[in-house]
Design a protein around this ligand. Structure first.
Ligand code: PTJ
Length: 247
């Protein structure tokens, strides 16, 4: 039981979600380490959505709205932290959701698939029975993708992705959007739109922004997309880590 007035209550609630998800068998053992790393970056960032993160989020949503087949890739951590919000975003954007695990086992895939169904999302891709293809014919487990999902997608949202896969995806002509609290990671550096923020703040904000941007002209959305410079935005994201007095 986490006391209501605990100064780190929100952070402890997230830890609790991760611990429970781990007990349920949907996480890889190193997921807890990955979460801890994310926690540290978030602490240094001041646990807030920065201006560059907001800019990247707007561009990411606009890109997904104008896409033909936007796909949201999900792993254990993302599922543990924001399953309902991911489903909300997929519904808002008419996007597919694909299970894509770094430490893939049939058992974990099966459990995650069942969890999405239990939360009301049935057409989940990347399951054990799905048709799998290799991206750009690269015979590497990190290059596998669902034929109807990432393989065919023009835009892929990859929260908490590992560097190998981000690198392989960046070699395709797909637009890669990542959510990663580490602005120096290979994933952040290889993606086309890098959102340096916590997934628990990003996905709900994306849902809100999607509701707004869906009513805008395509011309406006393309202006947003074309004026965006990810390298510049990443530099600005890094600047936000300057530890300020009074933290
Ligand atoms: O479920 P699986 O098998 O696909 O495995 C998932 C993990 C996350 C274990 C796997 O992809 C992995 O090992 O990832 P890495 O290489 O540790 O990278 C995860 C990145 O996500 C790191 O840069 C973390 O800082 C970042 N991160 C962790 N938690 C969050 C986060 N970024 C945004 N929001 C978070 N809550």
């Amino acid at each position: 039981m986490i006391p209501e007035n605990h100064p780190r209550r929100d952070s402890l609630i997230l830890r609790d979600k991760i611990v429970k998800a781990n007990d349920s068998g949907i996480l890889a053992p190193s997921s807890l380490i990955a979460h801890g790393r994310g926690e540290t970056f978030d602490y240094l960032l001041g646990e807030r959505t920065t201006l560059p993160a907001k800019r990247a989020i707007y561009v990411a949503v606009a890109t997904m709205i104008v896409a033909d087949n936007p796909v949201i890739s999900v792993n254990g951590n993302t599922t543990a932290l924001v399953i309902d919000e991911i489903i909300g975003l997929a519904n808002e954007l008419n996007a597919n959701i694909e299970i894509n695990l770094f430490y893939r086992t049939d058992e974990r895939v099966d459990k995650i698939e069942k969890l999405y169904r239990k939360h009301g999302f049935d057409d989940i891709l990347g399951g054990n029975d799905d048709e799998i293809k290799y991206l750009r014919s690269i015979k590497n487990p990190r290059a596998t993708a669902s034929k109807r999902g990432i393989y065919d997608a023009d835009v892929v949202l990859v929260p908490l992705e590992d560097g190998d896969r981000a690198e392989i995806l960046s070699k395709t002509d797909k637009t890669v959007i990542c959510v990663d609290l580490n602005p120096l990671s290979r994933t952040s550096r290889k993606s086309d739109i890098s959102i340096v923020d916590n997934i628990v703040r990003v996905i709900p904000l994306m849902v809100q922004i999607a509701r707004d941007l869906k009513n805008q002209d395509e011309e406006f959305l393309y202006e947003l997309i074309d004026s965006y410079d990810n390298e510049y935005n990443l530099k600005e994201s890094l600047e936000e880590f300057k530890i300020k007095e009074g933290y």
